[in-house]
Design a protein. Structure first.
Length: 245
């Protein structure tokens, strides 16, 4: 990174936030082995300019709205119907690949909503998007994922899959079937909603430090300062904030 204002003036910003030539926020710090700088790129609100899939999808359509259960349910229907049509171990492997593709796509969308919510705790749109997924989509997908797991465990071709490749997956899926309880779905939804409220509260907390208002995340770096007295004050402050929460 070049162009930091502190560098131009001949000063080291000692790990402080400064700005590069384009005006973007940047972090610069000198180490014994040289100088390290990072630019902070602004994070977009969901869906982050529609991040592409890791690789082209074969089973899941590219234009699925992951906030609309009516578009997701048919994909689970197709997987359930296809399982009985698998005649060879290769057929079952392809079924597993398609199931994994659907699960990964859902996980990606849920993760993007969660990241946006935690990065923009004061934004109503990101909060609404995340809660919609938690309240309307996940309670539908969890029983369907359980159903597919049941189908796999009971499938007659299961034992013909290569053991060295599927042993851990097989074990984990069997445990999923054993442990799943429908009544836990609603409890997990409430837990996720409470977590969102905690993120929102934590994100709104600020402190006055050396004449500046800083968030708790911004204050975390000072816990690495060599000044033991400063670290002690910050630790005490952390305890006070925790009690206030």
């Amino acid at each position: 990174m070049t162009g930091c204002e502190s560098r131009k003036s001949g000063r080291s910003c000692s790990g402080r936030i400064c700005r590069n030539e384009t005006g973007e926020k940047a972090w610069l710090k000198k180490f014994p082995f040289g100088e390290v700088g990072l630019s902070f790129l602004p994070m977009n609100l969901p869906p982050f300019d529609k991040l592409p899939a890791y690789q082209p999808r074969a089973f899941v359509p590219a234009d699925v709205d992951w906030g609309d259960w009516s578009q997701i349910a048919p994909l689970y229907d197709r997987l359930e119907a296809r399982a009985a049509q698998c005649k060879t171990a290769a057929d079952l492997e392809q079924w597993l690949v398609d199931w994994g593709e659907l699960s990964a796509a859902l996980d990606q969308d849920g993760s993007l909503r969660h990241i946006a919510m935690t990065c923009h705790t004061d934004d109503e749109a990101t909060e609404k998007a995340y809660l919609h997924f938690v309240e309307r989509i996940q309670p539908e997908t969890k029983p369907r994922e359980f159903k597919l797991a049941q189908i796999f465990i009971a499938h007659p071709l299961r034992r013909k899959l290569p053991k060295e490749r599927y042993e851990i997956f097989d074990r984990n899926t069997a445990l999923q079937v054993e442990l799943f309880r429908p009544e836990n779905v609603a409890l997990e939804t409430e837990e996720a909603k409470l977590g969102q409220q905690y993120q929102k509260l934590s994100g709104s907390l600020t402190v006055q430090f050396r004449g500046e208002e800083k968030t708790l995340i911004q204050m975390a770096r000072y816990l690495e300062e060599p000044d033991r007295g400063l670290r002690l004050v910050l630790r005490v402050s952390q305890c006070v904030v925790s009690r206030l929460r």
